[in-house]
Each structure stands twice: as C-alpha cells, then as structure tokens.
Design a protein around this ligand. Structure first.
Ligand code: GDP
Ligand code: MG
Length: 185
C-alpha cells in the first residue's frame, strides 16, 4: 500500500510551545535549530528557533505526518511562506498563560489567515496547566477566530494532550478534502 504523507506546519509566536509540541509528538529525534538567546531576549527562555523544527509521526502503516515548526519571531517572517509551501494544514499554537501573551499572536495569526485562506487549521491554547490560563472564548475574541475554526486546549509537554490536538487537525484536513470533492462534482 502506498504511504500517504501529510505536511503539517506548526505556527505561532515566539515562546508559544512549538518546539515543545514537535518534541512531544515526534517519533524520530527531532531536528532542532535553537540557538542561545542574547541577554536582552532572555525572559525565562534559554534558546529560540532560528530555522525550523522538524518531527515525524507514523499514524498508520499507510499514513505519515511530517511536522514543520516555523520560527516565531517576526524578523523571520520571510521564512513562514517558504516553510508553509505545500502544507496540508497548520496548527497555530498560542501561549495562553496570559491575555498579553495571546495578544502577541494577533499579527502572526492574521498573516497565516491572509496568506493561506483555504488551508485547514486549528488553534491550540497552550500552557493550560498554568493557574491563570486564559479561557478559550477569550482567545477566540482576541484573535478574531472565525466561528468554524476550532480552538483546543493544549499542554504541549503532555503527549496525550498533544496527540488529541494533532488528531483534531487531521480530522479538519479530512473534512476540508471531503468538502472540496463535494463542490467540484
Ligand atoms: N507550563 C507549560 N510550559 C510550557 C508548555 N509548553 C511549552 N512550555 C514552555 O514554554 C517555553 C517556550 O516553549 P518552546 O517550545 O521553546 O516555544 P517556541 O518558541 O514556540 O518553540 C519553554 O520554556 C517551554 O518549556 C506547557 O504546556 N506548559
Ligand atoms: Mg522554537
């Protein structure tokens, strides 16, 4: 049976949890391109991703998912389109530990919506293990998420939680494909 390959992009701002997510999910040793931060960038983080994260997971004998995490900082935005090329869907991760952090995701989310309007995606509200984590409806309103787009809670360090989010995205991709077939008949 031929193996189907899905390209999934992991987007979201700096510090959202993209590298953590890819590490938690990946069955192969993930490629990381994190470098130490300069002193004025240190705010609880020791490193940042400058190229991309890569990970892979075999869902079934005939279905393999390739994960590509983009660098979150705005100054790397020229790479977002390059990495996103040919993707089947994307997961947009936000740090939901405070409203300020959620607001930091506004520009990047708009970028993805504007540049990839027809690509299936879901949003993951990460760090839901933290005590003051922001609730899903507030995230929807800050990011102006269309009603049909799913926002799911996430704890990227937890494999079960990460897998639930990945499966929800795969379902979204499948539904979009089914819709496409329906309307082109
Ligand atoms: N409490 C908590 N911290 C997390 C979670 N996911 C990631 N982090 C932390 O958030 C920081 C940024 O994560 P990282 O994966 O490097 O973010 P990236 O810049 O999007 O790749 C790191 O210190 C992680 O350990 C989570 O689910 N809960
Ligand atoms: Mg990273």
């Amino acid at each position: 049976m031929p193996t189907k390959i899905l390209k999934i992009v992991i987007a979201g701002p700096y510090g959202a949890g993209k590298t953590t997510f890819v590490k938690t999910i990946s069955e192969v040793l993930p490629i990381e391109t994190d470098v130490p931060l300069t002193k004025n960038e240190l705010d609880g983080k020791r490193s940042t991703t400058v190229a991309f994260d890569y990970g892979r997971m075999k869902i079934r004998e005939d279905l393999v998912v390739h994960l590509f995490g983009v660098p979150g900082q705005e100054r790397f935005s020229f790479m977002w389109k390059i990495i996103a090329r040919g993707m089947h869907g994307y997961l947009f991760i936000v740090d939901s530990s405070s409203e300020e952090r959620v607001k930091e995701a506004m520009n990047m989310y708009s970028f993805f919506r504007d540049n990839f309007p027809d690509t299936p995606h879901i949003i993951a509200a990460n760090k839901q293990d933290l005590p003051n984590a922001v609730d899903i409806p507030i995230i929807k309103s800050i990011l102006k998420v269309p009603y049909e787009v799913k926002v799911m809670p996430l704890i990227a360090t937890n494999r079960r939680s990460a897998l639930l989010v990945l499966v929800a995205l795969l379902e979204e991709i499948r539904n979009t494909l089914l819709e496409t077939i329906k309307y082109t008949r």
